[in-house]
Design a protein around this ligand. Structure first.
Ligand code: PXP
Length: 254
């Protein structure tokens, strides 16, 4: 039987962050998507934020052309703002990942709060709108690995949950005990499996912090951005992705 390797989604938002910092046309987001896919990325992830601080509307179209050409999925992260939902639908990505979004935050700061009824309704409306507009679309929700939240999520028409790994990654980088996170993630996976919902991971991960997660064989997909782009400054994007992909290949799910 051939082995199953967890998928590597490369988030290229930070290439656009650099470009926007100077209002130039470089570095090219299209090149970033191409180089990532040529060197082993299984999908490209971008986040179209309401404040357009990095990815612009035209980037979504441009990256979409690249992922189509490579026959690989585009994973579009977004909040539930109706304007963004319309753009997302028009761009026909394979995946949409719904995330919470606050204008003041530096980055997505945690999972969606589905225990807040107003939030829950907004997420449900966005999920229903997207699913009724795009026949083959798959939707994931960015969540904390908390059972109450996962139970609420499982009542929605979703295909996956992306577990927020930001806090885990911080604890790992401080050299502290990560066993409580692995336990939480295992429980999350066990519950999601009973609902036939896939289990993805993302946020704050590096080539080192991803290893205990790969070893735990819990997640079938990882979305990694900031570390990849930062490491690429000194090591190159091709090399960084090739090495990370080799690490994934050394940790098959089965
Ligand atoms: N997954 C989600 C849902 C995110 O919001 C982000 C950040 O845009 C990532 C993954 C990637 O996180 P990082 O850039 O910290 O690797």
């Amino acid at each position: 039987m051939s082995s199953v390797i967890p998928r590597l989604g490369v988030n290229i938002d930070h290439v656009a962050t650099l470009r926007q910092a100077r209002g130039e046309e470089y570095p090219s987001i299209v090149d970033a998507a191409q180089v990532s896919l040529l060197n082993g990325a299984d999908q490209i992830t971008i986040h179209l934020r309401e404040d357009r601080r990095h990815i612009q509307d035209y980037d979504v179209e441009a990256v979409r052309l690249v992922t189509k050409r490579f026959g690989k999925p585009l994973n579009l992260e977004m909040g539930v703002n109706p304007e963004i939902v319309e753009i997302a639908i028009a761009s026909t990505p394979e995946w949409i990942c719904i995330v919470p979004e606050k204008r003041q935050e530096k980055t997505t700061e945690g999972g969606l709060d589905l225990l807040d009824e107003t939030n829950y309704q907004k997420v449900r409306d966005a999920v229903d709108k997207i699913k009724s507009s795009l026949k083959d679309i798959k939707i994931s929700l960015f969540l904390e690995a908390k059972l109450e939240t996962l139970v609420k999520a499982s009542e929605l028409n979703i295909d996956a949950v992306e577990i927020h790994t930001g806090e885990f990654a911080k604890v790992f980088s401080n050299g502290d005990d990560i066993s409580k996170f692995i336990e939480q993630y295992k429980n999350a996976k066990e519950f999601l499996q009973t609902k036939k919902i896939a289990c993805h991971a993302g946020h704050g991960l590096t080539d080192e912090s991803v290893i205990p997660l790969l070893e735990s064989k819990i997640f079938e997909e990882y979305n990694i951005g900031h570390w990849i782009i930062c490491h690429s400054l000194f090591n190159g994007l091709s090399h960084t992705i090739k090495n990370l992909k080799a690490t994934f290949e050394a940790h098959p799910l089965k």
